[in-house]
Each structure stands twice: as C-alpha cells, then as structure tokens.
Design a binder for this molecule. Structure first.
Ligand code: NAD
Ligand code: UDP
Length: 312
C-alpha cells in the first residue's frame, strides 16, 4: 500500500485517479481548491478511511504531515475556455504549483508524476506527435498561458530530477473525455454531447476538418498508473491513436444520442491546433499499455452521465 497525494483530485481526471488508487488499496490525500473541480466528484469517497480531502490552492505553500510515497500533480484548469477566463491562475498552478509539489516530493523522498499535455507540441508540424518532437507553440498567444506553463512545469520537473534526484514521471495527456466532465467546461466532447442531448445546434468551430484523437478516461488513468509504477523518467504520450475530424466526432455524437441537432458554424479560435494524434510506440513498449475503449463506446458512457446530470 502506498500513500499518494493527488493534486486536482476533485477534478475530472483526478477524481477517477483517486477512485483507482483507492480500489487498489492505496491511501489518498486529495488536494484541490475547487476552481474547476467539485466535491460532487469525490463525495462518494468521504466515508473511505483511506481518503482525505484538503481544500487548498497548490500555488500557495503545500505541506502534508506524514509519510508520502508519491505526488501526482494533476491540478490545472484544462479547457481552452479557461485560458481566457483565469489565465494567471493557470500560469501559477503550472509554474509555482509544480514547484511547490516538487518541493513536497523532495522533502518526503516521494515519486513525482506531472500531468503534462499534448499542448506542449502546440500546432504540431510533426505528425503523429512523438515525444522527441519539441513542438510549435506561440509563446504569447491566448493558449500560451497553458502551453508555456506546462512546458515550464516539464523543465522544472526534469531539473528536480537532475539536480535533486527526485524520481519523476511526465505524462503528456492527449484529449481525454468521459463521465464527470463539467457540462459547461467548453471542451468539444462536453459541448457536443450536451448540445445533442438537448437537440440544440452543435457548435462547430471552423469547418470541423481539424483533428483530435480522443481517449476514454479509464484508459488514461490505467496508462498513468502504469507510468507511475514503472521506471521510465522522460515524457510519455498517453492517449488514443485513432484520429477523427471534429466533424466526424459530431456525427458520432448525434448518432449515439439519437439527436435531431443540426450543425452551426463559428470561427476557429486563434492558434487552434489543426491536427493532433499521439505516437504511442513508447507507451506500448515501456509500459505494456494499450488504449482499449473505442470512441463510440466511450461517447455512449459519457452521454449516459450527461443525460442523468441534465435530467433528459
Ligand atoms: P479539471 O479542470 O476537471 O481538473 C483540474 C482540477 O485541478 C480541478 O479539480 C481544479 O479545481 C484543480 N485545481 C486547479 N488549480 C488548482 C490549484 N491552484 N490548487 C488546487 N487545485 C487546483 O481538468 P482535467 O481535465 O481533469 O485535467 C486534469 C489534469 O490533466 C490537468 O493538469 C490538465 O492540464 C491535464 N490534461 C487534461 C487533458 C484532458 O483532455 N482532460 C488533456 C491534457 C492535459
Ligand atoms: N471545438 C468545436 N466546438 C466546440 C468546442 C470545441 O468545434 O463547441 C473544437 C475546437 O476548436 C478544437 C477541438 O474542437 O478544434 C477540440 O477542442 P477542445 O476545446 O476540446 O480542446 P483542445 O484539443 O483544443 O485543447
């Protein structure tokens, strides 16, 4: 049994991570300031004596009493809508928050896992994206608060590894979706599924020809746990390598929800990446991990969650 700190544990990915860690017998300290998370995602855990919730902003000094085996830094708003709404908080949690949690890991002799992102590749000129690609990021555009914070957090993580010998793991997460996303978080899966369920227009940005590769949350969490338990230090892509246009996603959502929604078109946001697909060679060979859930199956499960939440 390990004692694991999960920052961002009341968020979408973090709450699933808390579930899986507890399922396998670990003890979990969830640290979250609820800026984009919710206690609804973790209230089913409050009776578990191996679970503890600490409401705290990790951009302020973090201290957790007792032994800690691993620190998983999942805290950060992640939706492009938030990049405009709370840009400074995003820069702080990626920068200062990462520094604080690395300091905690160093002090406790714990392993550190950083939730990084495919956004470190920016609007990629190499396709599919392999971990050795350094990316194509606009350092001053509206997405830079997130992209550059994550790039800085990777640099800080590697510096703690080289300089302080902290054992580190870096996961570059590609678009992940599933139950417990916020219906109004602005990301494409939440938007399309909630719109389709209510037979409202599906808001396509641009002509819908841009691509993404969507990973179901259970696959994502399994990949991150394999990374945490393994001994690979450098960044590893975790996602699903089946690539879809945004329009193809919309068509799948409309089909599985049996919706009468039509498509509406709006301009593509600035610096919106034109294509994205992970090269998963390293994850497969180093972790023996494989994404298992296809997009249609995952969208059905996500739609069931949103239908219940919206009462439709
Ligand atoms: P989310 O918004 O649901 O979860 C983030 C959680 O972090 C929330 O509970 C929020 O309240 C908390 N948080 C934010 N700032 C904090 C702070 N300063 N102190 C304490 N808690 C704070 O988003 P998510 O999709 O679950 O993302 C989780 C992590 O995965 C993030 O680091 C994100 O950058 C990364 N990621 C996610 C995706 C994805 O597709 N879901 C893709 C790439 C990277
Ligand atoms: N998108 C869209 N309609 C929406 C929300 C998003 O067409 O209502 C597009 C967005 O422009 C991008 C893709 O869907 O090309 C994925 O967007 P998301 O915000 O989920 O995350 P990103 O991958 O851009 O970080």
């Amino acid at each position: 049994m390990s004692r694991v700190v999960v920052s961002g544990g009341a968020g979408f990915l973090g709450s699933h991570m808390c579930d899986k860690l507890l399922d396998r017998g670990d003890e979990v300290v969830c640290v979250d300031n609820l800026v984009t998370g919710s206690t609804e995602n973790i209230e089913h855990l409050f009776d578990n004596e191996r679970f503890r919730f600490v409401r705290h902003d990790v951009s302020e000094h973090v201290w957790i009493p007792g032994d800690i085996d691993a620190v998983m830094h999942l805290a950060s708003p992640a939706s492009p809508v938030d990049f405009a709404r709370i840009p400074i908080q995003i820069l702080k949690v990626g920068g200062i928050g990462t520094h604080n949690l690395l300091g905690l890991a160093k002090e406790k002799g714990a392993k550190f896992l950083l939730a990084s992102t495919s956004e470190v590749y920016g609007d990629p000129l190499v396709h599919p994206q392999v971990e050795t690609y350094w990316g194509n990021v606009n350092p001053i555009g509206p997405r830079s608060v997130y992209d550059e914070a994550k790039r800085y957090s990777e640099a800080m993580t590697m510096a703690y590894h080289r300089h302080h010998e902290v054992p580190v793991r870096i996961v570059r997460i590609f678009n992940t979706y599933g139950p417990r996303m916020r219906p109004d978080d602005g990301r494409v899966v939440s938007n399309f599924v909630t719109q389709a369920l209510q037979n409202k227009p599906i808001t396509m940005y641009g002509d819908g020809s841009q691509t993404r590769s969507f990973c179901y949350v259970d696959d994502q969490v399994a990949g991150q746990l394999a990374l945490l338990d393994g001994d690979h230090t450098g960044p590893i892509n975790i996602g699903n390598d089946h690539e879809f246009t945004v329009k193809e996603l919309a068509e799948i959502v409309v089909k599985v929800t049996n919706s009468s929604s039509e498509f509406s078109y709006a301009p593509l946001p600035q610096d919106d990446p034109t294509r994205r697909r992970p090269d998963l060679t390293l994850a497969r060979s180093e972790l023996g991990w494989e994404p298992k859930v296809d997009l249609e199956t995952g969208i059905v499960r996500t739609a069931e969650f949103f239908a219940k939440l919206l009462g439709v």
